[in-house]
Design a protein around this ligand. Sequence first.
Ligand code: HEM
Length: 210
Amino acid sequence: MKIFLKYTFIAFGTIAVLILLWASTLKLYNLHSVSVEAELFNTNSIEYHYINHLLLGYLHIIPGILFLVLGAYQFIPFFRDKYLKLHRFTGKVFILLAAIIFITAIVLAVFVPFGDMLETIVTIIFGTYLLYGTYKAYIYAKAKKINLHQKWVTRVYFIAIAVSTIRGIIALFMNFADYTLKEAFGISFFLAFILHLIGVEIWIRFLAKK
Ligand code: HEM
């Protein structure tokens, strides 16, 4: 049972990362398109919503994509053990990217939210928690407390990729509960972050232990 849950967690995480990579790359392309051909987009679309905040969008999404790739690399034990110096360097870059993403996420949610108040509140709470987690991961790496460092990095990465699950939950609300995209945003943020928080704590406390 434990082995099954372990591989389910890893498979779920991998799929979430791949979907988010694909969706974010597409969004980058669309943001570029809206900046040159705005008339092609519906004025209610997310792309149009960003038309006056493109720089902020890029500052969130580009580090987000790098964070996903670098994080996935950092978690593979083979590379971590074989290229320790590289792991330390990319680890610092990862921490910096994480800080940029979480700060820009809070700025987006406070100043240009697409959804409702719940989106803003959930992002402030989880964005702040993730910033705290990033700080803890860095401090424990410096102090060579590797076990604690790993736990915090795992928390930060797995909770951050809840952004991928949000997309699936939004689709469910829109298809089965007749929510509009705007209405589905806040509740989907809330459910996805809670789900990932619970999932990663189960992983850390029960599944990751040998
Ligand atoms: C893990 C890396 C991340 C990537 C690749 C990423 C990607 C994106 C993308 C592509 C958008 C544009 C809008 C959309 O397509 O939904 C976006 C917006 C946003 N992201 Fe992220 N994101 C990441 C992490 C986070 C985290 C951890 C949070 C919250 C703590 C967050 C909060 C937001 C918010 C609030 C917006 C603005 C949504 C709106 O328009 O109201 N993101 N992100």
